[in-house]
Design a binder for this molecule. Sequence first.
Ligand SMILES: Cc1cc2nc3c(=O)[nH]c(=O)nc-3n(C[C@H](O)[C@H](O)[C@H](O)COP(=O)(O)OP(=O)(O)OC[C@H]3O[C@@H](n4cnc5c(N)ncnc54)[C@H](O)[C@@H]3O)c2cc1C
Length: 814
Amino acid sequence: MADIPSTARVVIIGGGVVGTSCLYHLAKAGWSDSVLLEKNELTAGSTWHAAGNVPTFSTSWSVMNMQRYSTELYRGLGAAVDYPMNYHVTGSIRLAHSKERMQEFQRAKGMGRYQGMDIDILGVDEIKGRYPFIETHDLHGALYDPNDGDIDPAQLTQALAKGARDMGATILRFTPAIGVDRQNGEWIVKTEKGDIRCDYVVNAAGYYAQRVGEWFKPFGGRTVPMMVMSHQYILFEEVDAVKEWSTNAGHKLPLLRDVDSSYYLRQEKYGFNLGPYERNCRAHWATPDDPLPEDFSFQLYPDDLDRLEWYIEDALARVPILGEGGVSKVINGPIPYAPDGLPLIGPMPGVPNAFEACVFTFGIAQGGGAGKVLAEWVTEGQTEWDMWSCDPRRYTDYTDHDYCVAKGMEVYGHEYAMHFPWHTWPAGRGKKLSPVHDKVVALGGQMGAYNGWERANWFAKPGDDTSEETTQTWDRAGPWEARIREECEAVRDHCGVLDLPGFSRFWLQGDGADEWLRGFCTGGIPKIGRMNLVYVADNRGRIMSEFSCIRIAEDNFVLITAATAQWHDGEMIRNSVPESVSIRETTTERDTLIVTGPKSRDILSRITDADLSKGWLTHQFATVAGRKAFLIRVSFAGELGWEIHAENDNMPDIYDAVIAAGAKPFGMWALNSLRMEKGYRAWKGDLSSDYSMFEGGLDRFVKLDKPQDFKGKAALLNEKQQGSAKRFVTLIVDAGAADAPYMSTLWQGDEIVGETTSGAWGYRINASIALGMLRSDLAVAGTELEVEIYGERVKAVVQQDQPLWDPENERLKA
Ligand SMILES: Cc1cc2nc3c(=O)[nH]c(=O)nc-3n(C[C@H](O)[C@H](O)[C@H](O)COP(=O)(O)OP(=O)(O)OC[C@H]3O[C@@H](n4cnc5c(N)ncnc54)[C@H](O)[C@@H]3O)c2cc1C
């Protein structure tokens, strides 16, 4: 009983590669009074049997950052902690079977170069030079990633463990955590050998994360959104030709990924390791007749090669010498999947001082970076890189078991799929429906999911091709394009209506609400009867969130924010308001219509008793179609318009009346184009914690002279004096077939000078627009740059710091 410490600053539950990396990074940050509990031996979960591939490739900026960091860490780790290990940086070749795949590679190359990596594109005739045993006749080309490689996952974990121990951290093996309690603001992590009191706790329990997560439910927790897939790789015996080539070359063959066929093929000693992500995949521990065992340490599932037959044949055709070595071994092990295939790293939703670093699908590749990110979350409450893509709060209440299983299988079966901007994934849909959902669909709405809420992306007309096949393109053109144009034109010339269920709404009332809000946000707050945007920054003055702030009375406000921000922003508010202020969340009780366009006043005047002469940014209670509603005079589309907020029961009548009065339905894709013409930022695209408030061009929403000491004030004061490194700009782009996607690089001559944060065609101004961040000295109207779009550099010109459409906001204020 005496061999475990009674206190620790942090207790990490789980000793796989991820938990160990968390401990290592906490110790590196000086928090060496941290303890890791592992129920068996280190690596007993998924880690011990992982193939150990360590790619950097990703089309997500943050995931690429995390993986890049891992490779950098792993290269020096053995020497740094004096624990030599097998890490082969072999490089990798990703094969492209289509033009679109080459475009995806070009995009990753651009992002990689921005992060300092020499990712390269290979023509078909260059592939054999790097990989002589390959058939290339049906390929379009390849991507070469020199940083890719493979590492021994057990050695990696042990190296991290040694490093952590050497810095004073404690690892307790064969010590399962068996529960948690919370007393006097401290966590008590229970083990059979005694309790450990601690300030923070981290769930790093791999495929047991959901079970560990259950313990936190009495303290505000939720069911961890995850499921488990079975993944197999096949080891092949030695092949003479590989041995000869490898011996002569003095290194291994590069790792091969045939992403369109969906497998990796790696040299393992002088044989091969083939790992398919098969379409006809298999979930495990997902049904009552296949329960998660109490213990699965160092265990595997039985082989199931039938599922892989097609992939084996495909690989044999691609690299025929693979057939020269027989199968020596099959490894079939559990991999946890979150519904989007990305891990959960960050604050545990709803639970104080608890964090998650679990549900890793590529934990070997991401473990190094994940440890850094987690340690930052715990020790600083914020991370260097914006990590929303992995933030546990990106999921809310809709991720039930069936959803997680359906999405996990979908992601696994399309592990290497391209994520086209026009494509919506079909699994796990219909989780949250607007009260007018059926009406929207009946009008031709082509739906997409936003925090589980179904919203129309565009409206198809009879005869339009709405098949999945048409969406497999990065180009602007497709069956939707003419409709988006028509929808934008209807908003420009007439009146459009968009049903927007799922806005996150928080009603705050009580003494001190005014004073609290002034200290919560960076800028000014509205007068009674008005609304304005308010922003919240972090300690470094970086953008955390944006709210529409509606002031009903002196100490009575409604804060409205993006659907996806529900738990993120809800938590920020709840953790900050004083006791005298009550919070009522009405996200699911109400629905919103955007009714906007020059004819919106005429249309609404026929169906509402609201005073439609009240000015821009005012609000009022009224009836619409005889139903109670709340109208705000604002339009994210940048035309005359109102948001109509109403309780769900009231919305069907209101929607019918708005449509009957002549409003044309429009969708999210039109809205995206319209908002970009106004320079309105989108959360976690243009507005992210990668940028400060000033960099984001949000100066007018920062009041440094107010008495309240809001978060980030000191940093912003400092930035004001020192100047900002980057500046938000609007660009007009000479785009070809595709507009600039997120994180396209901006060039001036041979120098990278910034990046885009969003891009779309503007149908009112008839031009391709990009919003982005540019080196401050270049952020001057008229500066000519180039933006790299899927590998092609095209001209981009910096615009005036004002909206491209209706710069004086005359149409809004009409
Ligand atoms: C066949 C296969 C091949 C793979 N190949 C790769 C690859 O090439 N590259 C890659 O990046 N990833 C790969 N993966 C995925 C990778 O294995 C996982 O993402 C990674 O190991 C996850 O690490 P982890 O630390 O999060 O979880 P785990 O390794 O599962 O660690 C969790 C630990 O928590 C412990 N634990 C659970 N409950 C408790 C408790 N109550 N108290 C104390 N301890 C507890 C467990 O014993 C376990 O050791 C592969 C997976 C499989 C199955």
